[in-house]
Each structure stands twice: as structure tokens, then as C-alpha cells.
Design a protein. Structure first.
Length: 290
């Protein structure tokens, strides 16, 4: 199976600058997305540094936790003057082998998987509202309207953390899988159900990301909106609706159009022969009695 990928990044409707940064190194099996924050142009600097440092470290043999920790320290070292207080979230997708991938992250940029018409959030936000959800104090729907929903509890370059906590997960590809990395400018504007609805309307990754971006902009676009889409195999092989197993249990029971044409052509031959034979017998009988 082959991987294909595409990306989009938009400043949104309210901001003039874009503090998100996307890095796609598909030939090396590496995709990164960062959402920067800080003073004048500091967010752009932090996001770009995060992607550059982590990608270079991973390519030279570091594991994600080591790479993220190095980026955290170097961003801290660069944080001075107008760039004081800068920081960045970061989420990274790494292809481990032909069938397995790893996602690592710090912050609230997300990874979703679109599989067989269902959307699943693979990452877990490092945010204040997520801690409230985990504690059972609020629901995910309440978190969307919480006044402190944008407070994150982990990020690269945060001076309050001597060390950062990097989360990772490993998983396997299935044909037709689509992994989407995104900044919170997407999921702050669109519910997961809306993201899933939009994804179901196309099987072209570029079109899917464009439709998601337009929907987020139409919903307000209050923040930068960035996405990376990585698909495994042919997205057209995905079933957006479940197959009725009580009627069709395997592919061999569903003939293609050529099979139907052949079945129709061959099955009509005995019928025509029977009709002709009947006509001949009737005619012969009539002549005999006449």
C-alpha cells in the first residue's frame, strides 16, 4: 500500500498572521503540525523551530520524546526580547514500517482517523478542559463552551515546565485509512460530527481538507486553521455505510456488471430454444391432423 498526503493552512477570518506551521516529509515518512503562540511574530518562530528541530532529530535517530525535549529546551533558549514567552504545540505522525505508524504530541493539536465512515480522535488534548472531562466535572459538549477552553497544560517552550510530558501511541494502517493532523482552529469551529459529515461527502483527500477549511471559515474562522491529511491506499476502498452482512457475506456473492451481462446472455439461450422447439412441434401436429 502507498501513502499519499496533502496539507492546508489558512490564517482564518480574524487574524492577519498565521502562527501555525506544517512540515510534510512524506518521502521520509514524517509529518508535523505546530500551533505557535507568543508575542509579536513569536508564535510563527516557535512553531517553525518545533517542526524543524523535531524532524531533524527524528531523522538522525532520536525517538520522539528525546526530539520533543530538545525542541522544548531550544525554544526556551531562543525565548527573549520580542520572542519572550513564545511556545508551540506539536503533533507528529511517523511511519514506522509498511503497516505501522506512531503519533506523538504535546498540546492540543489533534490527530483524527477516518476509517470506514467513522471518525476517531487518536490524540488526547493537553488542556485544562480535558482535565475537567477526565475528572468527570464537565462533558465534552460543555468543554466547547467553557471560558477557559484555550488553556493548554503542556507546550514546547513553556517556562513553567523544566520537562515536558510527551504522549505517543502506535497503531496499524488499514486500506482506505485517512489520518488528519489539525490545529485547534479546525475543531474549535466544527464538532466532530460535522467533521465526519464533511469527510463522508468526498473520497478525495485534497477536496476533503478544502471542504473542512471552508466550513471552519464559514463558522467564524476565529483562529488559524491548519491540516495535514495522510491516506493509506485508496480512499475509495472505504465504505461510508456498513455492508448488510445478512444479504452479502463476501465479495464473490456480488457479481460485477460484466458478470450480470454474461448471466443474462447465457441464461436466455435455453429459453429461446424451448420456444422454437414448441413452435415446431405445434406446427408439426397441425400438419399431421390436417
Amino acid at each position: 500500500m502507498q501513502l499519499s498526503w496533502t496539507s492546508r493552512s489558512h490564517p482564518g477570518c480574524l487574524r492577519q498572521n498565521n502562527e501555525d506551521y506544517v512540515a510534510c516529509m512524506g518521502d521520509q515518512g514524517l509529518w508535523l503540525l505546530a500551533d505557535g503562540m507568543g508575542g509579536h511574530q513569536a508564535g510563527e518562530v516557535a512553531a517553525q523551530l518545533a517542526c524543524q528541530i523535531v524532524s531533524q532529530s527524528i531523522r538522525t535517530g532520536s525517538d520522539p520524546k528525546e526530539a520533543f525535549s530538545l525542541a522544548h529546551q531550544l525554544i526556551l533558549d531562543q525565548s527573549e526580547g520580542q520572542q519572550s514567552g513564545m511556545g508551540s504545540t506539536l503533533i507528529c505522525l511517523q511511519q514506522l514500517n509498511d503497516e505501522q505508524f506512531q503519533i506523538s504530541w504535546v498540546g492540543d493539536s489533534r490527530a483524527y482517523r477516518w476509517r470506514n465512515g467513522e471518525l476517531e480522535q487518536l490524540s488526547r488534548d493537553h488542556s485544562y478542559v480535558q482535565s475537567l472531562i477526565d475528572a468527570g466535572q464537565i462533558t465534552p459538549d460543555q468543554a466547547r463552551e467553557h471560558p477557559e477552553k484555550n488553556i493548554i497544560t503542556q507546550c514546547l517552550g513553556a517556562i513553567e515546565y523544566d520537562a515536558i510530558e510527551v504522549e505517543s501511541l502506535n497503531s496499524f494502517w488499514l486500506p482506505g485509512d485517512l489520518i488528519i493532523l489539525c490545529s485547534d482552529g479546525l475543531n474549535d469551529e466544527l464538532h466532530d460530527s460535522e467533521i465526519a459529515r464533511i469527510l463522508s461527502q468526498s473520497d478525495d483527500t485534497e477536496q476533503q481538507l478544502l471542504d473542512l477549511e471552508n466550513a471552519a471559515l464559514d463558522s467564524g474562522g476565529k483562529d488559524n486553521i491548519s491540516m495535514v491529511g495522510v491516506s493509506y491506499g485508496d480512499l475509495k476502498s472505504q465504505r461510508t455505510r456498513p455492508l448488510n452482512r445478512s444479504k452479502r457475506r463476501n465479495k464473490s456473492e456480488v457479481p460485477d456488471s460484466l458478470d450480470f451481462e454474461r448471466a443474462g446472455r447465457y441464461s436466455s439461450t435455453p429459453v429461446l430454444a424451448f420456444i422454437l422447439l414448441s413452435v415446431v412441434l405445434i406446427a408439426a401436429s397441425a400438419l399431421w391432423f390436417w
